[in-house]
Design a binder for this molecule. Structure first.
Ligand code: TYM
Length: 338
């Protein structure tokens, strides 16, 4: 591997979120919260993936606001910039560079099978652009650029991670060991938080229906209202059964992820007490989980200069690591050194 490898020899962790809506408790419980302890053992890199986000149309002024909001929320959730490399994808040109190379090692049929592409193509039928189609290749570039060993994500990203592994292995077979083949890391509880109104589909930040998701910046009253109105069923039992009781099971997952209680404990504590009582406990747990995040967010969001300083520092570190990988890849491909 490269001779100018960075000094930190711990295995690399990398993950990211696209600024394509407002962060939900799905993003928090499925991803961000699980990122927090990893810097004890890994060299952790967390991105804002703005290049991915342009595959769907969004007003630039709104996007800019979202990007600052997301970075402030990363910090408010507890990601310490002194212990994690926090950066923006578009600040590291090597992501786009490597994505082109990897496009040439990815098959049309593989990209056609991606369920997220099929979903998004159906939802944005008037704009099925090449970026939307090649989205998983850019994601592979994000990961392979940093020699990431582990990628902590929610369940919905598994298929993209599998494709990343396939691309890395294919390239390595053709050109010798160039990329680290990454592993997916998903949490035991919270990897797939479902919509409050549509518990058979995942909670999404680019949701049309406001009541389907709890957003990290929702006020306590609003959280309580949304959870109170969450879809359940008619039998009144607090029991984990995703197939027959998706709404109750989802609320149990949210409660378990927020409190650390097991499903057995929750069943014992709340069964027989009615859904009203149970929903109140879920709402209280979510509010208590988000309260410190919201407080810290209010303190830091206003100082955009400080946020940009964090990102400049992160970009410098990310660029150094990424440049070493690009050099290695170009060498493997037989390009004349620059
Ligand atoms: P994105 O922005 O859709 O979601 C960000 C993270 O949140 C997780 N997540 C959920 N987890 C549990 N329940 C849910 N309802 C839920 N919704 C979202 C996602 O699994 C993800 O971990 N393509 C990625 C972003 C990306 C990326 C990367 C991730 C780009 N490059 C490199 C890891 C590594 C995406 O759109 O995630």
């Amino acid at each position: 591997m490269s001779s100018d490898a960075p000094a930190d020899k711990r295995p690399v962790v990398l993950s990211g979120i696209q600024p394509s809506g407002r962060l939900t408790i799905g993003n928090y419980l499925g991803a961000i919260r699980n990122w927090l302890p990893l810097n004890a053992d890994y060299d952790t890199h967390y991105m804002l993936v703005d290049l991915h986000a342009i595959s769907v149309r969004q007003d630039p002024a709104e996007r800019l606001e979202r990007c600052y909001e997301f970075i402030a929320l990363y910090l408010a959730c507890g990601l310490d910039p002194d212990k994690n490399v926090l950066f923006v994808q578009s600040h590291v040109p090597a992501h786009s560079q490597l994505a082109w190379v990897l496009n040439c090692y990815t098959q049309y049929g593989e990209l056609s099978r991606m369920t997220q592409f099929k979903d998004k193509a159906a939802k944005h039928a008037d704009n099925v652009n090449a970026g939307l189609f090649c989205y998983p290749v850019l994601m592979a570039a994000d990961i392979l650029l940093y020699d990431a060993r582990k990628v902590p994500v929610g369940d919905d990203q598994r298929q993209h991670l599998e494709l990343t592994r396939t691309i890395a292995q294919r390239f390595n077979r053709s050109h010798g060991e160039t990329f680290v083949v990454p592993e997916t890391m998903t949490p035991p509880i919270g990897a797939r938080i479902m919509g409050l109104q549509t518990p058979e589909a995942k909670m999404s930040k680019s949701e049309d229906a406001e009541t389907n998701a709890v957003y990290l910046l929702d006020e306590p009253k609003r959280i309580e209202r949304k959870i109170k109105r969450a879809v359940t069923d008619m039998d009144g039992a607090i029991r984990f059964d995703q197939e027959n009781k998706p709404g109750v099971s989802n609320l149990m997952s949210i409660l378990a992820a927020c409190t650390g209680d097991s499903f057995e404990t929750i069943e014992r504590d709340y069964d027989g007490g009615g859904y009203g009582n149970f929903k109140k406990a879920v709402a209280d747990a979510v509010i208590a989980t988000l309260e410190p995040v919201q407080q810290r967010y209010a303190e830091i969001r206003g100082d955009e200069a400080a946020l940009r300083e964090v990102l400049r520092d992160g970009a410098a570190k990310a660029n150094a690591r990424a440049a070493a990988t690009i050099e290695r890849v170009h060498h493997a491909l037989g390009f004349i050194p620059a």
